[in-house]
Design a protein around this ligand. Structure first.
Ligand code: ARG
Length: 466
């Protein structure tokens, strides 16, 4: 049992089959810098408790620094006989500082409180990166929105419900709808981080805490936490912080996939709403004319993977009795994968969105089609005193007449309007333009240009506060 973390009560070493099953260094090695940081803080706590002499502390810190430098240089590697990152680093520390001094570091800690703490530290760092990347996407959407509120008047487009033409909206309004959803994801990460920050498990030991007079709050402080676990059983065995972040990453994937799906549709010949930049689209190996929205398709596909990671993780956590169970070793790969996936996906997706060129003349041409101004007729009648139920009927009759004649609403003559209802005086024409329609929707949150400019400012203010 040379080099193992246990041995005293075992007559023989583990079978190779068990070692192969047990090993996690191929995925937890990335936690090594966090493990070393935890060991530094723990060594200081042991020293403060009188369990390490001054010179032992200095020697342990030196050894940990050497390991940190070797990790940075890429020369610190686990051995196949190492079970996990914690065991490997303890073995390497003993090699560096000798067994007498190195053998003191494990006092009062367990891999259970270590892993729970390091995992939080790692996820907090990466959640910050992802939040920054989501904010970049929010900013790019805001820039596209601003560009289409531009000096030549705001760009309009057909707003849809059920994918059918519904009412005209500003292109900026539509783009900002995606930005607001993504900004909430950034908010979620901030909420999550504040919760995780208050709960450093170091000092919880295997499950019951420590008898050695250690200082969990001091350790927490040194590791960037604002507090330590109030309950050592909870501290070592809860993983809702993993599931919660896996949910947020899945939600980011879902939010991005909705825009991705639109980009895929919009870039078809039939829609022809957007053109993709050459550097952010791909060709075909056989069809020379092709230009494919691969980034958007990969975004759509990866959303499935992110949801799968969350689902798998929840299944692992379900019904686990307290406290630590080895099942919890299965919690890392899914969320590592979710983080890695977003860290690669988001910069590509943001680049694609930043370089989209909108076919604004076509969007403007389609905006009033499909009788999308029918609601404007009904609301014009309501403003003139007609009950909405009747106004709805009258506007519907206008649509039916237009369908019979194969024309659009604004092409009805004054006589045809009057035949449908005497309440439809020529004044109704003022709302039968896209511009009139969008400008009239001027309540908070509406698509009127003045309101959309306000919401853009509001969004940018909130994004800047993140
Ligand atoms: N590698 C384990 C994990 O990822 C931590 C070690 C705890 N192992 C143990 N036998 N108590 O959860």
């Amino acid at each position: 049992n040379e080099g193992k973390l246990w041995g005293g009560r075992f007559a023989g070493g583990p079978s190779p089959e068990l070692e192969a099953l047990s090993r996690s260094t191929h995925f937890d090695w990335r936690l090594a810098p966090y493990d070393l940081a935890g060991s530094r803080a723990h060594a200081r706590a042991l020293h403060r408790a009188g369990l390490l002499s001054d010179s032992e502390l200095v020697e342990l810190l030196r050894g940990l620094d050497v390991l940190g430098e070797r990790f940075e240089a890429g020369t610190l590697l686990p051995d196949p006989s190492d079970e996990d990152v914690h065991g490997a680093l303890e073995r390497l520390l003993l090699e560096e500082v000798g067994a007498d001094t190195g053998g003191r570091i494990r006092a009062g800690r367990s891999r259970n409180d270590q892993i729970a703490t390091l995992f939080k530290m790692f996820l907090r760092d990466h959640a910050r990166v992802v939040a920054g990347q989501v904010l970049d996407l929010v900013e790019v959407l805001a820039t596209q929105a601003r560009d289409h509120l531009g000096p030549d008047g705001p760009s309009v487009m057909p707003g849809r419900t059920h994918l059918q033409h519904a009412q005209p909206v500003l292109l900026a309004h539509h783009l900002l709808a995606h930005a607001w959803a993504l900004l909430r994801d950034v908010d979620r990460i901030a909420d999550w981080d504040a919760r995780v920050a208050g709960d450093s498990p170091y000092g919880s030991g295997a499950l019951a805490g420590s008898s050695l007079g250690l200082d969990p709050i001091g350790v927490a402080d040194e590791l960037g936490f604002s507090g330590s676990s109030a309950n050592s059983i909870d501290g070592t065995s809860s993983r809702d912080f993993v599931a919660e972040l896996a949910f947020v990453t899945a939600q980011v994937g879902v939010d991005v996939s909705r825009l991705a799906e639109e980009v895929i549709l919009w870039s078809t010949r039939e829609f022809d709403f957007v053109a993709l930049h050459d550097s952010w689209s791909t060709g075909s190996s056989i069809m020379p004319q092709k230009k494919n929205p691969d980034i958007a398709e990969l975004a759509r596909g990866k959303a499935g993977r992110l949801i799968g990671n969350l689902t798998g993780l929840m299944a692992t956590l379900k019904a686990l009795p307290l406290a630590y169970n080895r099942d919890l070793q299965e919690d890392k790969e899914p969320v590592f994968d979710s983080i890695d996936t977003l860290e690669v996906l988001l910069p590509a997706f943001t680049g694609m969105v930043a370089t989209l060129t909108f076919n604004t003349p076509r969007l403007a041409e389609l905006a009033p089609q499909g009788f999308s101004l029918a609601t404007d007729i009904a609301e014009w009648l309501v403003r003139a005193g007609t009950p909405f139920r009747i106004a709805h009927e009258v506007a519907g009759a206008c649509v039916r007449r237009c369908e019979e004649l194969g024309i659009e609403l604004h092409e009805l003559t004054d006589e045809q309007f009057a035949e449908i209802s005497p309440t439809l005086t020529p004044g109704v024409r003022e709302v039968l333009t896209v511009e009139g329609s969008v400008s009239s929707r001027n309540g908070r949150g509406g698509t009127a240009p003045v309101r959309v400019r306000e919401q853009l400012d509001e969004l940018l203010t909130r994004a800047a506060a993140q």
